[in-house]
Ligand binder design. Structure first.
Ligand code: ATP
Length: 357
C-alpha cells in the first residue's frame, strides 16, 4: 500500500507563509493533480513531499511509513522536473541507470532494468544516444524512465510537460496516462494547466495562496465548483451580483434583469450572490416557439474564431453574456443580429457571502 498522507503541513519563507496548514490524501495507485496559478505554493508542497524542503510543521506518510524526517535518498520517491535535468555527458542508458548505480546495484542488473524502463516509455532503441540527440518530449520520457527505474513508492511530477509544444504535450499526456496505468504508481503532478489537470487527475487539488480551495474529482470540481475562485479558475466569467428567489433546487437567480436557473440546491431566498457563467454552457437556440421556454434574447457581438471554436458575447439588458460555440455554428451567425439563447443551469454558479469582495 502506498497511500500518500500529508497532515497539517505548513511552510513559511522569510516570514511569509506560502502554505497554510494543509491536508492531502492520495489513495494507493491514484493520480492527483495539484492545480493553481503561479506562486500558489504547488511546487513548495511537492518539494516538501520529496524531501527537498522542510515543512515548518506537520507530517508526511507513504503507506504506514512516516517519511517526514527522512533524507531525499531514503524516501524512495521518483521525481521528474519541468526541465529534463538529464546528465548531458552520459548516454540515455547511463542516465536511466544512474539511480541504481548510486545504490550499488550490480551493473548487469542496472542495465537490464534501464532497458526495461526505456521500453516502457517507448525509447527501447535510444539507450546509446546522448540526451542532446533527443527531442524535448523524448528527453522527458528518459527523465520519467530514470524516476521509475528504482521502483519508487511514489512518483512526483513538477510541470513535466510545460516546456513542450502543444502537440507533443497532448501525446505525452496520453503516454503519462498509459504509463500510470501500467505501473499503478501513486502519482502527484503539479500543473497550472486546467485541461491537463482534468485530463490526467483522478483527483484535483486546487491551491491558492497556500490554501486548498477544493480537492475533488475533476468532474465534481467542474460541475460544482466550491467557491468563486475555483469557478473562475475553471473558466467561469462574472455576470455580476444577483439575488436568489425561492430556495433549494427550484431557486432562480435574478441578475441584470434576467431570471436564471442554476443546478445548485444550496441557495436561499434573498441571498445576494456573485454569479458566474461558463461560456461553453451558453447556447444559441432557434427562435421557434417550442424551444423558447427558459430562453432570452440579446444582441450578438463580433465573433472571434479560434480554430474549431468561436467566441462572442450576447448583450442582454445590462448583461454581457459570453458564449463559445463550434465555428461551424458561428458561420450561420452575423455580428449585431438578435439571437435567442439558453444558459444550461449546470453552467451557472452562484456564491453567497462573497459578493462584497
Ligand atoms: N526557497 C525559497 N525561498 C523563498 N521563497 C520561496 C522559496 N521557494 C518558493 N518561494 C516562494 O513561495 C511562494 C510559492 O512558490 P511555489 O514555487 O511553491 O509556487 P507554485 O505554485 O509552484 O508556482 P509556479 O507555478 O510559479 O512554480 C512564491 O511566492 C515563491 O516566491
Amino acid at each position: 500500500m502506498a497511500e500518500l498522507t500529508v497532515s497539517r503541513v505548513s511552510k513559511t519563507f522569510n516570514g511569509t507563509r506560502v502554505l497554510e496548514p494543509l491536508d492531502l490524501t492520495v489513495g494507493d495507485g491514484r493520480f492527483c493533480c495539484m492545480l493553481g496559478s503561479s506562486g500558489s505554493g504547488k511546487s513548495t508542497l511537492l518539494r516538501i513531499i520529496a524531501g527537498l524542503e522542510e515543512p515548518d510543521e506537520g507530517a508526511i506518510r507513504v503507506g504506514s511509513r512516516d517519511i517526514t524526517r527522512l533524507s531525499v535518498e531514503k524516501r524512495n520517491i521518483g521525481f521528474v522536473f519541468q526541465n529534463y535535468a538529464l546528465f548531458p555527458h552520459l548516454s540515455v542508458q547511463s542516465n536511466v541507470m544512474y539511480g541504481l548505480r548510486a545504490r550499488r546495484t550490480p551493473r548487469s542488473t542496472a542495465k537490464r532494468k534501464a532497458e526495461e524502463m526505456l521500453g516502457l516509455v517507448g525509447l527501447g532503441d535510444f539507450g546509446a544516444r546522448s540526451p542532446a540527440q533527443l527531442s524535448g518530449g523524448q528527453q522527458q520520457r528518459v527523465a520519467l524512465a530514470r524516476a521509475l527505474v528504482t521502483s519508487p513508492d511514489l512518483l512526483l511530477l513538477d510541470e513535466p510537460l510545460s516546456a513542450l509544444d502543444k502537440k507533443i504535450r497532448g501525446e505525452m499526456q496520453r503516454e503519462l496516462k498509459r504509463i500510470h496505468q501500467e505501473t499503478g504508481l501513486t502519482t502527484v503532478m503539479v500543473t497550472h494547466d486546467q485541461e491537463e489537470a482534468m485530463d490526467l487527475g483522478d483527483q484535483v487539488m486546487m491551491l491558492d495562496h497556500g490554501v486548498v480551495q477544493q480537492n475533488d474529482t475533476p468532474e465534481s470540481m467542474y460541475r460544482a465548483p466550491g467557491n468563486r475562485f475555483v469557478a473562475q479558475f475553471l473558466g467561469g466569467q462574472s455576470l455580476g451580483t444577483g439575488v436568489v428567489h425561492g430556495s433549494g433546487p427550484s431557486a432562480t437567480v435574478e441578475v441584470g434583469g434576467l431570471s436564471l436557473r442554476t443546478a445548485q440546491d444550496d441557495l436561499r431566498e434573498g441571498d445576494r450572490v456573485d454569479v458566474l457563467v461558463m461560456a461553453e454552457r451558453v447556447r444559441i437556440v432557434g427562435d421557434d416557439a417550442a424551444s423558447t421556454a427558459g430562453t432570452a434574447t440579446g444582441l450578438l457581438s463580433a465573433i472571434d474564431f479560434f480554430g474549431p471554436f468561436a467566441r462572442a458575447e450576447i448583450a442582454a439588458g445590462e448583461l454581457r453574456i459570453p458564449v463559445t460555440m463550434l465555428s461551424q455554428e458561428a458561420d450561420a451567425l452575423t455580428a449585431g443580429q438578435q439571437v435567442r439563447f439558453a444558459i444550461s443551469p449546470e453552467g451557472l454558479h452562484a456564491f453567497a457571502g462573497q459578493w462584497a469582495a
